[in-house]
Design a protein around this ligand. Structure first.
Ligand code: NAD
Length: 443
């Protein structure tokens, strides 16, 4: 099939590459000329395991191409996916300007039937707005053409995006026309062969399904962080509690890890957007507001522990920081807890020596020549002449470090672990003071 994808970010690029790998002919279009030029030269702008070979292979096979030319893009695909950003507006609601700009681009150029598919995470009612925008452009041109708008939210996880797209748990399709439904079924057939993964529903339910999924996951995290904070104050260990409750199949082990707060491009923005959408219809989403509040506070917990340990005097202190990305296996730093920690340290007059296996370039791009930030080539370099170590991301390579080396390098042998990576005894045995999240017995 001929498919066009607007947006070559995490979702657009992964979707485009995977759909091409399944045999479709895919054109990816982006307004970012620099990104498209680099993609054409074979450079993948994001770190995502397994993505690079798939892009290269399908470009070479002639099934995947990149362009900034909207005419070419709209002419190409009967299916037109919208995978552009939906960042939070000033009040937290989803900013639809990019989605609606694409709708107008399609409406002002289409010459034949098109299925317009919202893959971006968008509030309930967006498909209607997209349809209006397309129709207005058609009316301006005096064209009478059929089109359908479908909601097909994306559930891939950064860090495992290719695998998630290739072997999805489910493919949600909100569709109210048989013609569009048939085309979507065909497009996803290669991903749906072994067992039925397609779940069809009305458009508004599909739009809300995506927000509900992210809000549920964020709720699990904030809930566990709340329990961790209680455990800490009550002299209990949240790691025992996690195993204790996860063994109940109604609860399960997934997504109940306490930590220094969730970040990334999706959970913070989607929880906020859903809460704002609720407010707009005079419904107070108290649980969603609490999930967000708990998370905002949790991002400060590591710094508070650090500050407390140094009795409020971080001026001139150098803190080694391991892990900048908001989670492992990505270079994405959007809303990462590491940013809250670093910014608080700078505000208190301290310095940061930071290392991340993949997010160094991104950190440089965000913070440039920020005073008090030193980017280090290895995790060991970050320890040199530092006063303490803070860990913000649970990268595999941080899981069994050389504790003796840590103890030897730090002027104050103390570790602040935002991801509960270690058994407390492992550190205390080596003379390290260990602060984790919710491990009250050891604080
Ligand atoms: P992103 O910011 O990485 O990429 C968006 C891309 O769209 C950018 O390259 C931008 O230049 C491009 N763009 C903007 N306007 C355009 C236009 N008019 N025409 C063509 N391209 C345009 O965003 P992302 O992380 O890929 O997210 C996209 C959407 O998917 C969001 O709604 C997000 O919430 C949702 N989503 C993201 C993830 C994730 O893990 N990142 C997962 C599921 C859903």
């Amino acid at each position: 099939m001929r498919i066009t994808i607007f947006g070559t970010g995490y979702v657009g690029l992964v979707s485009g590459a995977c759909l091409a790998d399944a045999g479709h002919h895919v054109v990816c279009v982006d307004v970012d000329e620099n990104k498209v030029a680099r993609l054409r030269e074979g450079h993948i702008p994001i770190y995502e395991p397994g993505l690079e070979p798939i892009v290269h292979h399908n470009v070479e096979a002639g099934r995947l191409s990149f362009t900034t030319d909207a005419d070419e893009a709209v002419a190409h695909g009967e299916l037109q996916f919208i995978a552009v950003g939906t960042p939070p507006d000033e009040d937290g609601s989803a900013d639809l300007q990019y989605v609606l700009a694409v709708a107008r681009t399609i409406g002002s150029r289409m010459e034949d039937y098109r299925v317009i598919i919202d893959k971006s995470t968008v509030p309930v009612g967006t498909a209607d707005k997209v349809a209006v925008a397309v129709q207005e452009e058609l009316d301006k041109r005096g064209k009478k053409l059929d089109f359908d708008v479908v909601s097909n939210p994306e559930f891939l996880k950064e860090g495992a995006a290719v695998n998630d797209f290739m072997k999805p748990d489910r493919i949600i399709v909100g569709v109210e026309s048989d013609r569009a439904k048939e085309l979507l079924r065909e497009a996803y057939y290669p991903f749906n062969r072994n067992h039925e993964r397609m779940i069809y529903m009305d458009v508004r339910s599909a739009e809300l399904t995506k927000y509900a999924a992210n809000a549920m996951l964020a709720t699990k995290i904030s809930f566990m962080n709340e329990i961790a904070n209680l455990a800490e104050r009550l002299g209990a260990d949240v790691e025992h509690i996690r195993r204790g409750i996860g063994s109940d199949p109604r609860i399960g082990y997934h997504f109940i890890y306490p930590g220094c707060g969730y970040g990334g491009s999706c959970f913070p923005k989607d929880v906020k957007a859903l809460a704002r959408a609720a407010r707009a219809i005079d419904y107070e989403a108290r649980l969603l507001d609490a999930v967000e509040d708990v998370n905002d506070a949790q991002k400060h917990v590591l710094f508070d522990k650090l500050n407390h340990h140094f009795k409020g005097d971080l001026k001139g202190k150098t803190i080694a920081l391991w892990g900048l990305a908001f989670k492992p296996n990505t270079d994405d730093m959007r809303e990462a807890p590491s940013r809250t920690v670093m910014e608080s340290i700078w505000k208190a007059g301290g310095q940061v020596q930071a290392f991340d296996p993949e997010a160094m370039e991104e950190t440089q791009r965000i913070y440039g020549d920020q005073a008090g930030l030193h980017l280090c080539g290895t995790k060991e370099q970050a320890l040199k002449n530092a006063d303490a170590l803070v860990i913000c991301t649970e990268w595999k390579e941080f899981r069994s470090p050389d504790f003796e080396l840590i103890a030897k390098n730090l002027s104050h042998p103390v570790v602040f672990d935002g991801r509960n990576l270690y058994e407390p005894e492992m550190l205390t045995r080596r003379g390290l003071t260990y602060y984790a999240i919710g491990r009250g017995l050891n604080q």
